[in-house]
Ligand binder design. Structure first.
Ligand code: CTP
Length: 246
């Protein structure tokens, strides 16, 4: 498609990655709020090479046999912050911030466990988007982020989305989903997830017509990336001219 490739050429010529440090965006919000779709829209619209999308879901802690049995009975709390290995998530994102290579674990919602001997290797990222219920929770992760977005949705809308997603994609049954929602997901959302909204720079409503808010956010990100490119270019020129004095 000619128009698309012209756009791509036009825009990509404004960006000059790899920058020395990646631009890091965090996207938080309750389960089923639509974080994944906001993240995907941002990734496809900014159109920067070496953009990576990381889900904090990959960092759910592995369970022992007893806890896994509880998980299959919908009696395990996956919604408290401690269920996610935020220490490991921090280390991985720090590696990327420092331009190093990192290994992201792979998680199976069907087996309630990490997939053994499987990692996603990432290096040389220019933009990193991290999404998850606790993306805006840990102060160490917040410190690494250039932009923090909270996707806000009513919990009953979240439940409706979550039910269909969990039954279709995560191998769950209706009764179990509702039991887990009432016992853990909803109370933890109120207690731990919603308070992270205060850490956000921007709050996006999670509705099918949130296009304007997402569009404004994307324009903001693009202008920040252009600024980053300009600074990077100036730095390259400065380095070039100081070398040419020798
Ligand atoms: N979870 C689960 N079983 C596990 C691990 C996690 O049911 N073994 C659930 C937790 O209850 C938590 C949810 O996974 O609430 C986190 O994923 P969620 O935020 O719902 O999915 P995303 O696709 O990341 O986000 P969104 O729905 O907002 O797009």
């Amino acid at each position: 498609d000619v128009k698309k490739s012209e756009n791509f050429e036009g825009k990509s010529s404004r960006y000059i990655p790899p920058w020395t440090t990646p631009y890091i965006i965090g996207i938080g919000g309750t389960s089923g709020s639509g974080k994944t779709s906001v993240a995907a829209k941002i990734v496809s619209s900014i159109n920067v090479p070496w953009t990576v999308l990381i889900s904090l879901d990959n960092f759910y802690k592995p369970l022992n046999a007893e806890d896994r049995a509880r998980a299959f009975r919908n009696e395990y709390d996956f919604d408290e912050p401690d269920a996610i290995d935020l220490d490991l998530a921090y280390k991985c994102i720090l590696n990327l911030k420092e331009g190093k290579r990192t290994n992201i674990p792979v998680y199976s919602f069907v087996h309630h466990n990490r997939v053994p001997d499987k990692n996603i290797v990432i290096y040389g990222a220019s933009v990193v988007v991290i999404e998850g219920i606790y993306a805006l929770h840990d102060p160490r992760l917040l410190d690494l982020m250039d932009l923090k977005i909270y996707v806000d949705a009513d919990l009953d809308v979240c439940l409706a989305r979550r039910l269909s997603r969990d039954i279709v994609s995560r191998g769950r049954d209706l009764d179990g989903c509702i039991q887990q929602w009432e016992k853990f997901v909803k109370p933890d959302a109120e207690k731990f997830v919603k308070p992270t909204m205060k850490n956000a720079n921007a709050i996006i409503p999670s509705m099918s017509d949130n296009g304007t808010a997402v569009g404004l956010m994307i324009n903001h990100i693009k202008s920040k990336l252009e600024l980053k490119s300009d600074e990077h270019l100036r730095e390259l020129i400065r380095l070039g001219s100081s070398h040419s004095q020798y």
